[in-house]
Design a protein around this ligand. Structure first.
Ligand code: HAM
Length: 425
């Protein structure tokens, strides 16, 4: 394809045949969230910059270097949302006291101006959930269990949950002070950039890729050593509850795990899958406390990358698309087009149905039936209409059979909607 027709680097068109798999993933998500009492929210893709600056924290990589910033005609500073939590929290803040207990989920595109590579896109898509709630290990366990249920339905029940605690907000000062004084001893060998990171939010140094920092981290105090007994118990309870909820995923406590966003406290987790390459995180989440204006929203949530879900599924032989009934294709002749358009309208109340309005040769119409991925071909030309019959070919088995038209159409409608009033169809 010539370059002029390509989308921007790190962004993709999502069309056939992949779009069918996207729909399948989205349908599973809607169903699981609905069953768990979550309702959908669609927040704007474009938000005021402040929303993200205040929520994600100015030491996060996203705020530092990955946001798509733009100005509107009134010179207002706007951002293409890099993640979903901040917008949802803004909405929750607008609800006032009623927000507590609200469970919301979302699906949609996010934008991060990162260096594109396998598994890392500039426009990617997340399925996410937020539960506005004060700290409570039962809620944390339920939220992780929900995510596991989703992964299982998506065929990814063998994902690994890496879990940690960042301590409560009360622990934060102690963690900050102790880590700072540890790293202060090595001021001479630490780069300017890392010194800034340590000053701003020392937790961000814990997942540093810098070789020098990684060496220093082997002897640095871990979070678990620096937090209060209560916070340690909290994590313990969450992991015990997960086992009691029969979560079969491998749960690994990883005391070095931190998250790339500043809003987290207490429980944090990342879910990885071994079928993914270096970008092996399918999902991430945690408990947070976000202050927007005068309101502080406490909650817990997670987001999973749809592209990563699909590539983890890629190596599975399961082809969701082929398992479906892909409907009917009507083969018509020129004089029967309008009759068959009327038939297509009736079938489309229930099933997918296509036809060629140019009614070219039968061979060409059958080629189109194949491209449409139809399960059945309906032959209905002038001759069949005169005799009030129809010939149906099952494209899977190759069987072909003639039916009385009325019996066939009534049976088709009846099969699916036995309990419905067919008069309107
Ligand atoms: P996150 O870890 O930044 O968390 O992103 C969640 C997931 O989005 C990742 O695990 C990954 O699957 C996918 N993802 C992130 N960046 C990219 C990218 N450049 N290309 C492809 N996929 C990507 C959040 O966004 C938090 N808002 C999650 C959360 C919700 N925490 C609490 N509530």
């Amino acid at each position: 394809m010539p370059n002029e027709f390509h989308p921007l680097q790190g962004m993709s068109d999502i069309a056939l045949p992949n779009i069918n798999r996207w729909h399948e993933v989205e349908e599973i998500a809607h169903k699981i969230f609905y069953n768990h009492g979550y309702s959908e929210i669609r927040t704007p893709i474009l938000e005021k910059s402040d929303i993200f600056l205040h929520s994600l924290g100015d030491s996060s990589d996203i705020v530092q270097k990955e946001m798509y910033n733009l100005k509107d005609r009134g010179e207002r500073s706007l951002v293409l949302r890099p993640e979903g939590t901040a917008g949802v929290v803004r909405y929750l803040a607008s609800l006032g006291e009623e927000s507590l207990g609200t469970r919301l989920y979302y699906l949609g595109p996010m934008f991060r101006c990162e260096r594109p590579q396998a598994g890392r896109k500039r426009q990617f898509h997340q399925i996410g959930a937020e539960y506005c709630s004060d700290p409570n290990p039962y809620i944390d366990a339920e939220c992780i269990a929900l995510q596991c249920a989703l992964l299982e339905k998506l065929g990814l029940g063998d994902s690994v949950i890496n879990i940690n605690t960042l301590g409560s907000l009360n622990d934060r000062k102690n963690i900050q002070d102790r880590l700072k004084s540890y790293f202060d001893q090595y001021h001479d060998i630490i780069s300017e950039e890392n010194i800034k990171k340590i000053d701003k939010n020392v937790l961000r140094i814990l997942d540093s890729k810098d070789k020098e920092i990684q060496k220093l981290l082997t002897n640095a105090p871990t979070i678990i050593e620096m937090i209060e007994e209560d916070s340690r118990d909290y994590l313990n309870q969450v992991t015990i509850l997960l086992r009691k909820l029969d979560i079969t995923n491998d749960i690994k406590i990883n005391h070095r795990l931190v998250r790339g966003l500043d809003y987290y406290n207490n429980t944090v987790w990342e879910i990885t899958h071994n079928r993914l390459g270096s970008q092996n995180a399918i999902a991430g989440g945690g408990r947070y406390s976000i202050k927007l204006g005068k309101r502080t929203i406490n909650g817990i949530g997670f987001a999973m990358g749809i592209e990563r879900i699909l590539s983890a599924q890629d190596n599975l032989s399961k082809n969701i698309h082929e398992q479906r009934n892909n409907g009917y294709w009507i083969v018509s002749d020129n004089s029967s087009i309008i009759d068959n358009m009327r038939l297509a309208q009736r079938i489309r109340h229930i099933y997918r149905c296509g036809m060629d309005l140019e009614a070219k040769s039968i061979k060409s119409q059958l080629r189109k039936a194949d491209r449409f991925n139809a399960s059945y071909v309906v032959f209905r030309g002038e001759k069949e209409i005169d005799k009030n019959i129809v010939t149906i070919k099952d494209l899977d088995s190759g069987d072909q059979k003639e039916f009385g038209f009325n019996d066939w159409i009534n049976n088709l409608i009846d099969k699916k909607y036995r309990s419905y009033d067919n008069a309107s169809i």
